[in-house]
Design a protein around this ligand. Sequence first.
Ligand SMILES: Cc1ncc(COP(=O)(O)O)c(C=O)c1O
Length: 504
Amino acid sequence: MAEPIRSTLAGSRIGATALADLLGHWSTRGGLAGDSALYRLLALRIARLADTGELSAGLRLPPERELAAALSVSRNTVAAAYQLLRDEGMAESRQGAGTRIVPHRTTPAAVHRANGFFSGLLEASVVEADLSIAAVAGAPQVADALIQPASVMDPYMLRETITSNGYFPYGLPWLRTAIAGHLTRLGLPSTADEVMVTTGGQQALDLLVRGEVLPGQPVAVEDPTFPGVLDALHRSGASVIGIPADDGVDPDRLDHILRTHRPALVYLIPTHDNPTGLVMPADVRHRVTRLAAAYPDTLFVDDMTLAELTLDTALAFGEGPPPPPLAAAGLANLVTVGSLSKVYWGGLRVGWIRGDTGLISRLAAAKATADLGSPAFQQAIVAALLEDQHDAILAWRLDWLRERYSALASALTTYLPEWTWPVPRGGLTIWARLPGHEQDSGAFAQAALRHGVAIVPGRLLSATGGRIRSGDYLRLAFTQPPEVLTSAVTALAQLSSPAIRVAS
Ligand SMILES: Cc1ncc(COP(=O)(O)O)c(C=O)c1O
């Protein structure tokens, strides 16, 4: 994922780790009936990527040995997969020129080298324990509201929404007002015209990147960061700069990057970072807002998608409620992004951007081109929930979350005592470091997949693809039921010996 688009075009070859990322959950047998030998699964997935144009015609595949190491399989497995591709006319090999995808019908999508993180969602696969996606099941209040909308909404409001033409590129006015009220309660005084509704937080980020960053322009992110933003940045052709951030961004490094690179955008997750779950300390927040004042041409994006998800570890550390968003400092270049996906339900696909009214107008124009607005009916239901039931839903979600966090944390402590991780103050994920003898978390994640556990290798969260850092980390989401989390960790513990890991 971390390889920018241009390198694929120029070099006409794909590296082993980049291909491993594109392969997604290739080794799970769920989607297939019949023969599920590993080499067949591998050949099938590569052939499918060639069919869809994600592996372009003429592209040179990685050497067998390198791909075998990246996938934690034997070299024979890769050799047999390549042979099958050759037998079926999908690939050809020449002495000294390696194995290439043969020319076939292709699409413009072939130029892209992104979506390493989302590939698990894009393909049909069945994983026993999916700890790779930090997504939550819907809260019961949300289920009730969707089943019986009139139980949360005045039927008059519902009818008024349905008798409109239904297209709201800025968002349903009622929901824009409700989100502005919600942000005001979180410490960021806002008005409806500073808010636009998006199809989840992901679209908010994608619109910002496509609208405010030209291809090739630099964008600074924490390293590690939310992998969805990296996919959006790579797909748009931005030049991504990672700021090393073990326990939050280092303001001196950020200052240096602003001075030397003048990025178009700086993306930060100050409250309950994804993946670490940490909170940016007050003095660092202060420095960041001072830097935003000094660089008014750079947009500073505060992603507060996870900001309300406070674990009780925060209380143990003597922390109060989460600090207000950075934009509370009142500068036009401080933008806030948020979503209800993690508190209510991802299937609602309701997120937002809060910013200067000029920015909101530009982005609404871009959203109109993309989808003419998010579904109005869902927006009406969310507006009602946000106004009347938010506290109850949040309280339910925090109980749900804390139970799962403590199951995962105690299983890790019991079964994998050598793994280390910063204690998260909130969020949905643990950022775990493998012990010294386990250097490559990508190969570990591949082996875990074949044992029914999906986890995210650190490089997918790294601007440098894990070359400089994050390569020995894994992200574990605690969104599955507690018993699934416990059995997933016991399965991971059995993989601690590399000898039993390499499959053929
Ligand atoms: C920090 C962060 N931002 C944005 C998103 C995307 O949210 P949504 O599901 O609303 O698109 C996520 C989802 O994991 C996230 O963790």
